[in-house]
Write a protein that binds this ligand. Structure first.
Ligand SMILES: C[S@@+](CC[C@H](N)C(=O)[O-])C[C@H]1O[C@@H](n2cnc3c(N)ncnc32)[C@H](O)[C@@H]1O
Length: 304
């Protein structure tokens, strides 16, 4: 066994993920960077040629899959206009313009306010506004009601998340591989249906989840994190179940979701991870067959 294949011992199933390459221009609420070691495990085992990510958001799974050669092509779908503007701009030839706009922006409170009050004249300008909003609002939240981090999280200032050079580099890197991505602005479930008969296509499904209640009886976070948070989960499971290619879904662990999964004879596994802020996270992984899942990760799965 080589060093890279040797399993990394996990303490309580938890590893810290600060070494996962950040490839997305977004800091996305509910983003799945922490799941990347499992995604590597899954795709290396299944070896699909195409990955569909029907609820793209920051798209870290689809980006990683292409950049690490785990699939030949990723198809992204996203319904939100602003998020979609970013993906279409980068993947339809506007990456150089967007990178330049990021590098030349003087980020201060007056310029941010002025920019975000303007009605964008085209999709590219909307993409730029979205990146600025995402990087300067609490938790990267783009949904109505989110607010500017005037003092920054931890008092570090408005520009705490504005790394212009790094962002421009990510935008350019994605743009340079745009022939390996397709972006569709619309309903991800419809996109899943149109690829349902292809055995070489796998689906990574990470929808907003707001049904059910939290332990204290309040509404789930999805309703304040995303502008579009209503999804017919039963229908989504049915479409996933009818797809010939492999599917991997992630959800909050609730009795409702376990029941729907069970109805479709899916298996579930609860996974735990620790993010870069040492926050412990756990979610359900759901699929037809999770035999690819091994409790420990190899160096290669962990460090790519
Ligand atoms: C949980 S987030 C995805 C986060 C993503 N996995 C990441 O790592 O950044 C869910 C996303 O689904 C989008 N969405 C909601 N309904 C949708 C639909 N019907 N079709 C496509 N996207 C949808 C939301 O706008 C949001 O961006």
């Amino acid at each position: 066994m080589t060093g890279r294949q040797r399993p990394i011992p996990l303490c309580g199933g938890i590893v810290n993920i600060s070494t996962i390459p950040q490839r997305s221009p977004f800091r996305y609420p509910g983003g799945k960077t922490w799941l990347i070691p499992r995604i590597r495990q899954w795709l290396r085992y299944r070896r699909p040629s195409v990955l569909v990510e029907p609820f793209t958001g920051g798209g870290i799974v689809g980006l990683t899959a292409v950049f690490e050669g785990l699939v030949d092509h990723t198809i992204f779908a996203e319904i939100d206009d602003e998020v979609a503007a970013v993906w279409s701009t980068i993947l339809e030839g506007g990456s150089e313009w967007l990178a330049g706009r990021i590098l030349s922006f003087d980020l201060n409170i007056d310029n941010v306010r002025d920019l975000l009050l303007r009605t964008p004249c085209d999709t590219a300008e909307k993409a730029f506004q979205t990146i600025v909003r995402n990087r300067t609002h609490h938790g990267g939240i783009l949904a109505p009601g989110s607010s500017l981090t005037k003092r920054g999280e931890n008092g570090k200032g408005l520009g705490q998340r504005w790394y212009a050079k790094t962002l421009a580099q990510r935008v350019r890197a994605i743009g340079s591989q745009r022939h390996r991505f397709t972006f569709l602005h619309g309903d991800g479930i419809e996109v899943m249906k149109s690829h349902a008969t292809d055995p070489q296509t796998a689906f990574f499904i990470d929808p907003p989840y707001t049904a059910g209640t939290t332990e204290d009886g309040s509404k789930r976070a999805g309703s304040r994190l995303y502008r579009h948070h209503e999804v017919d989960h039963k229908h989504l499971f049915a479409v996933a179940c009818n797809s010939v290619g492999d599917v991997l879904l992630t959800y909050d662990d609730t009795p409702e979701i376990r029941e729907i999964a069970n109805l479709h004879t899916f298996v579930v596994k609860r996974v735990a991870m620790q993010n870069t802020h040492n926050t412990k996270l756990s979610e359900l992984l759901i699929g037809r067959d999770l035999s690819w899942f091994r409790p420990s990760l190899t160096q290669q799965e962990f460090f790519s």
